[in-house]
Design a protein around this ligand. Structure first.
Ligand code: NI
Ligand code: MN
Length: 239
């Protein structure tokens, strides 16, 4: 456990999947990919409950278990309408579609959808389906703490607007390179976002994801960015 004395627990389930438990016990699963996720510890693949599911885009490493877990736990699913439409077609209920710049309150938590620079096709059994735009989320907790989950993205200058408008306390940033930012771009993102804590994600899962937290720390230092990097192992939490 990494102690930050905040009223939440953010557990990395490996790759881009996170479980957020807020101080009132609300469970939010972000980008559900557990069964086929080689980085997800076995004991983290089982859930007592899921109240909310937040989905950043349609790639398999982000929605792989969305339909299965949604049918089992009946969470409210916060996502772009195209992903919601796709999941409804798979028999999922309670999709709460939204779009960028908007905020909705679900189970007492604020979900603001923000931009991400990536793609978002959905592989539906070998057939590519339109998944709308990829996105990130700023989640506002009961006590006002804000967690920015960037989703899969490159760095983009409008991250400065995310900082200006939402001033996130925690930023979850992909650093693995190849499909997402490398440590170099992620350090620029950190400079624009100015979070207190950064949790690196989307690295180490496959050989092509070459970015490492050590490199990321070096880049932050080289670029003169001060933020605490909280490196988790899959199954470990920031709380
Ligand atoms: Ni992706
Ligand atoms: Mn991905």
């Amino acid at each position: 456990m990494k102690k930050v004395d905040k009223g939440f627990t953010l557990t990395w389930l490996g790759h881009a999947t996170f479980k957020l438990v807020t101080k009132t016990g609300t469970v939010v699963l972000i980008d559900p990919w557990v069964e086929g996720n080689p980085a997800c510890p076995k004991e983290q693949r089982v859930f007592e409950k899921i109240d909310v599911m937040a989905i950043t885009h349609g790639h398999g490493d982000h929605i792989g278990d969305a339909a299965t877990l949604a049918k089992k736990h009946q969470p409210t699913i916060v996502c772009i309408p195209e992903i919601g439409h796709f999941l409804q077609g798979k028999g999922v209920r309670n999709t709460a579609g939204m779009n960028k710049g908007g905020t909705q309150t679900v189970k007492g938590l604020g979900f603001t959808m923000v931009h991400a620079l990536h793609s978002s096709g959905i592989d539906d059994g070998g057939h590519m389906v339109y998944g709308g735009d990829p996105c990130g989320f700023v989640i506002t907790l009961e006590d006002g703490t804000r967690i920015y989950n960037a989703g899969d993205t490159s760095v983009f200058s409008d991250m400065a607007l995310i900082a200006e408008i939402y001033a996130p306390d925690v930023a979850v940033l992909p650093i693995g390179s190849h499909y997402v930012m490398s440590p170099r771009e992620a350090a620029v993102a950190a400079r624009l976002l100015k979070p207190k804590w950064i949790v690196p994600s989307h690295y180490g899962t496959f050989p092509v994801l070459t970015g490492t937290p050590d490199e990321f720390r070096k880049e932050l230092e080289r670029q003169g960015v001060s933020a605490e990097v909280v490196v988790l192992e899959p199954g470990q939490s920031l709380s």
